[in-house]
Design a protein around this ligand. Structure first.
Ligand SMILES: Cc1ncc(COP(=O)(O)O)c(C=O)c1O
Length: 365
């Protein structure tokens, strides 16, 4: 589909061609990109620190805000330590640069985010794909290459369709020595788990062999990335990852905003409750009108409508009615082109009903 030209947005609407439409796209799962406390923290960060540290943290660009945010993320995610990177993509590169020192092999889920493959390849690891969400397939590769140091790399929540990785099963098949499970949790953080800290919390696991990477630009609503995990590994990223040492960190205003966002998530569990209610309403509503969606916990709903040719027509008709339901082309989806709608904690039940009623009408036509 054509790129949108958005001229303004709120947590639930975008303005396109001078018209405000109700939006069910993007990854602002808790609405934090527009939360007053978060926006205020960004403004204060800019006033207190300027816009950029203008240097790498290991030269002259470190701030207390960056260090505090790392501590906040580690505490929230129940891990030893965290390190900030400029984005989620860069976090995967930084982690791979550290892992490659003693992990020669990267086993990657066939539908994992492209950044994981790019990161492992660039770091010089030998890359193999295992079947999507299959510990059995990963186990077979582990048996072949287990003596060379193995990292299994997967999304926690898959970006295209909201499916969850089988984290317990993948841990079970990791070889005994020099082995790490990398969970890219860009779509699980600020969504899953009792405290909203992500897929690993959702499965109730604490395991030294897990390393989590995330963006701060989706559920957290800000900008930046992080690697979170065992202290020795985080220290190794800090010491050895060139992309960390030789680049400017996430701008301090965004680090300040991300601290505020994590604080909001921790203090206001009602936000997570609202997101979960909305997820249930969308899933129940779509299934009720015959649009089969599966998965249970993520705010991402992916589907195709047969015959496929009518999908662009329905997409445009909805937009004309003031509803934005993205029809996208993205790796890892069910077909080349598919609807991927997302819901946030900020949507009201009435807004969701409006979307469901419109789909019901157009599907019946
Ligand atoms: C699963 C996944 N990993 C990594 C990224 C990259 O994160 P960032 O946009 O912060 O670079 C994204 C999305 O953009 C993503 O969906």
């Amino acid at each position: 589909m054509a790129r949108l030209n958005v001229t303004a947005s709120t947590a639930t609407t975008i303005t396109v061609d001078g018209r405000e439409v109700l939006a069910f796209g993007g990854c602002n799962y808790l609405g934090l990109a527009h939360h007053p406390e978060v926006v205020q923290a960004l403004a204060e960060g800019a006033l207190n620190f300027g816009l950029s540290t203008t240097a790498s943290r290991e030269t002259t660009g470190n701030t207390a805000v960056h260090e505090d945010l790392e501590r906040d993320l580690a505490r929230w995610m129940n891990q030893d330590a965290a390190i900030l990177l400029a984005e989620g993509y860069t976090a995967n590169i930084a982690l791979a640069q550290a892992l490659a020192r003693d992990h020669g092999i990267a086993l990657i889920d066939a539908k994992a985010h492209r950044s994981l493959r790019a990161a492992a390849t660039a770091a010089g690891m030998q890359v193999f794909e295992y079947e999507h969400r299959s510990p059995t397939s990963a186990a077979w590769l582990c048996r072949q290459y287990g003596d060379q140091g193995v990292a299994i790399l997967t999304d926690g929540v898959f970006a295209a369709d909201g499916a969850l990785a089988p984290i317990p099963g993948l841990l079970d098949v990791l070889p005994g020595r020099r082995a790490t499970l990398v969970v890219d949790d860009c779509h699980g953080v600020a969504v899953l788990g009792a405290r909203g800290s992500g897929t690993v919390e959702h499965f109730g696991i604490r395991d030294e062999r897990i390393a989590i990477t995330t963006t701060l630009a989706k559920g957290v609503g800000c900008y930046g990335g992080a690697v979170i995990g065992r202290r020795k590994l985080i220290d190794s990223v800090r010491e050895h990852a060139d992309v960390y040492r030789r680049s400017t960190p996430v701008p301090t205003p965004f680090a300040s905003a991300a601290r505020a966002a994590v604080g909001v998530i921790e203090r206001q569990p009602a936000l997570l409750d609202a997101l979960r209610r909305n997820i249930a309403q969308v899933r129940g509503g779509l299934n009720a009108i015959g649009i089969g969606v599966h998965g249970e916990d993520a705010p991402i709903f992916t589907f195709v409508l047969d015959p496929r040719e009518r999908m662009p027509r329905i997409h445009h008709a909805l937009l004309t009615e003031g509803l934005y339901a993205p029809l996208i082309e993205y790796p890892g989806g069910p077909t080349d082109q598919f609807f991927r709608i997302t819901v946030t904690a900020a949507h009201t039940p009435e807004q969701i009903d409006r979307l469901l009623a419109a789909f019901a009408r157009h599907c019946a036509a």
